[in-house]
Design a protein around this ligand. Sequence first.
Ligand SMILES: [Zn+2]
Length: 644
Amino acid sequence: MFLLKRCAVQLPALLLFSLGVCLANAQKAPIEITADLTDAPRKLFHAEIDIPVSAGAVTLISPEWIPGHHMPSGPAGGITGVVFTANGKPLEWRRDDVNLYEFHLTIPAGVTTLHAHLDSIVTRRVSQRLAALEWEALMLYPAHVPVKDIPIQPSVKVPAGWGIGTALKPVSGGSYPVPPAGAVTKFAATNVEQLEDSPILTGLYFHEYPLAPSISPKHFLDVAADAPEDANMRPAVLAEVANLVREADALYASHHYNEYHFLLTLSDVAGGMGLEHGQSSDNGVGEKGFADDVHQLPESDLLSHEFTHSWNGKYRRPVGLYQPDFATPMQGALLWVYEGMTQYWGDVLAARSGLKNADEYKDGLAMVAAELDYTRGREWRPTVDTAVAASILRGGNRAWENWRRSQDYYFEGELLWLDADTLIRKMSDNKKSLNDFAKLFLGKGGNTGPLIVTYTFDELVQDLNQVVSYDWAKFLHDRVDRINPRADVAGLEQGGYKLVYRDKPSKSERMIQAAEGRRGGGVNCWYSIGLSVGADGTIGDVLWNGPADKAGLAPGEKIMAVNDKVYSGDALREAIREAKDSSKQIRVIVQADSFVSTMQIDYHDGERYPALERVDGTAGYLDDIIKPLTTPEKAPEQKKDDAE
Ligand SMILES: [Zn+2]
């Protein structure tokens, strides 16, 4: 275990030669940065930055490897309008020829402060009524210096009447959470590493809800929405999120933040986000994402997942995923812990908190297990390679994704940690569980402020052995590093259930389809003819070596007709039912680029949808796992001094 305390720095020798170190050592005063978000509705942020300097060559840099993104996604390409001045006079700059995130300047004699103005073109997390600022969009700081050693004092200006939610601490003179029009809200000085980890949410329709007042330190749900009614969270949801705080407190038995803020947007244009931070999380769902149980189900583990990351990912971080700057490439080999165990606990905590119910939890596990079992790429690619290659598997075209594999370390990790949990319960006659491991591994060191403590594979194995003695190294290597053509369903079976396929979708699958309907949800015939099809007939992916693949269909093609009927989801499902137990083939007319052809799908087993079935006479550990550890509290009162 390697402790990376902010006060104890050991610099690699080669960095001592860099000019940046001289800059940092000389730098007593913090960088001052003011983010101006008043143009957020026009998709622009602005920044004024004062950087302490001394005469000579200076290299400034903006972040490239953003923690939690697992890829080099720094927003340097969107930074525009950069003007450097010293004592009021413009200074020339030149971008580095190799590292495009670096700016080189020469500071004239007598200058102690370099001023930088920049604009940032923002394409995500902004709407006409709200914005989320991740500070990397605006930051410039000395290159080749550990970012935790660079002091910085942030301020923000938001549109008139918009509230502010953040884990940053406002200093006296600032108003919070709704500052007066035109005011600059100043926050306490921190360092570049922490500021990058401390986003700001702002919005016109803004509410800050205190959560679970009996738990220390304080927790808040900060909500900004595009419509005023959506910012009024349902009391049931507030009670469930408060339960989440109390359940995480009981499970992890520690905190690694001074105060925690769930930042949540409800917007159809700014949504689709979940990014972890140590003292907050940046969460985005659709306008109606928490309006009713149907819309809530696909989002039910979002807050619990990102909250878990405060412990697993932020506090405890795989050694390769921590780098002292945001320029050195991160190494993702242990993402099946960072993300995979977070996926496991995120779902378990959602069920323990009531954000989803027990049936929804089990239906979700069935969908995860089935999807992984039908991922044909596992015949050539081990799970560890989906983690190592995470940065080239994010985003992009989904064609043939089941043959390529995707970021499977999330859900592979969920099944793996379920396997471990149920195995520990089985070996200890249900006296020990993965709860004990979570407390040991994620709560090590007790309560701390924001802190990063790295770990290795060996420490995982040691801590698992402290819970129950077993060959955990082999257990993990077998599941992660080896080719496993079938998914790890041992956790389901040890938990008292088995994965089965039924001719109708589970209630949860129908709810998710309904929730996603307005986003163009399609038909799930993945486990029958091996196709994922959008509402308009466009093929998302084709199961490698499945019936549709054998018929010659390909991703991106569009099904125009099924058995002489114009394409619709219902027509396709009807054709699958008609072909069941008969010799009749399913005939589709398909458009590929500018050509049309007819294809025959030879499949006769009817519709198939995954579900979990209880195995009588076995221990029901799966049901034990989702039992709450605490007793629910009454929903918190809404604050009175909020914006609209
Ligand atoms: Zn995550």
